[in-house]
Write a protein that binds this ligand. Structure first.
Ligand code: SAM
Length: 238
């Protein structure tokens, strides 16, 4: 069943601090126990459940867009690495993809992911490996024109090796950036997840040649102990 986010803010202020402790179970690794404990105590996980979002990642794009304001009615958006769909749940009402805001332009969002994604009203979803040779051509075909926003939250499964993970995410991000150079309309926005670790400097340099403004932003919803941040490039020069 497709659950619609309530949009209600249940940030939990004023609630009692009830920290859940997880016992180590036979057969479960300590790292899994710690992950479970962190999930159960994460206020954004609890908020996502209460407000009907498919994951805590929804709050990251909400906070990024609250600051940079690119998900506007009528925007044409490509969401790379869209599963399970939290970013799309935020984008659909903001771009007016369902035409619910009378008198405002109707937007469009195309989501792409390696994994199957539960359908979401207002979003066009395609299962695709964006690193395949002709993936960008396929997405361009589906788009059938220019995009105003290309956003990527793509991340490969962790290898457990920090530097390898960093290089992989930079490669995903660069592929997304070259795709954005092809499809963005002048003035367009590119948002992508990167991990701090050295190689992101080259990407920044590249983006600075093509966009008026390029900034790194770590939204409050991004865990402070994670090296994740988002590069936000606005004002595509075309
Ligand atoms: C952190 S999740 C995205 C969460 C999403 N933004 C949301 O709000 O639900 C990262 C996603 O990137 C996807 N991904 C990683 N590599 C990919 C690739 N080569 N092509 C398409 N998707 C990819 C993964 O399958 C995963 O679903």
């Amino acid at each position: 069943m497709v659950k619609k986010p309530t949009g209600k803010n249940t940030s939990g202020r004023g609630q009692r601090d009830l920290t859940v402790k997880v016992k180590t179970a036979r057969g479960r690794k300590l790292s899994s126990t710690l992950w479970l404990q962190r999930q159960l105590n994460d206020p954004y996980v609890q908020r996502a459940q209460a407000e009907g979002y498919r994951g805590r990642a929804a709050y990251k794009i909400m906070e990024i867009d609250d600051k940079f304001r690119f998900l506007v009615p009528g925007a044409r958006v490509v969401d790379l690495g869209c599963a399970p769909g939290g970013w799309m749940q935020v984008a659909v009402p903001r771009i007016n993809a369902l035409g619910e805001k009378r008198g405002k332009s109707v937007g469009r969002i195309i989501g792409v992911d390696l994994q199957e994604v539960e359908p979401l009203p207002g979003a066009e979803i395609h299962q695709l490996d964006f690193m395949e040779d002709d993936a960008d051509e396929k997405v361009k075909d589906w788009l059938g024109g220019e995009a105003d926003v290309v956003m990527s939250d793509m991340a490969a499964a962790s290898s457990g090796h920090k530097q390898t993970d960093h290089l992989r995410i930079i490669s995903l991000c660069e592929t997304a950036a070259y795709f954005a150079f092809d499809v963005l309309s002048p003035g367009g926005t590119f948002v992508a997840k990167v991990l701090a670790g050295g190689a992101e400097g080259e990407l920044q340099k590249l983006l600075k040649q093509k966009f008026d403004k390029v900034v790194n932003f770590k939204p409050p919803a991004s865990r402070s102990d994670s090296s994740e941040k988002f590069v936000v490039a606005t004002g595509y020069r075309g």
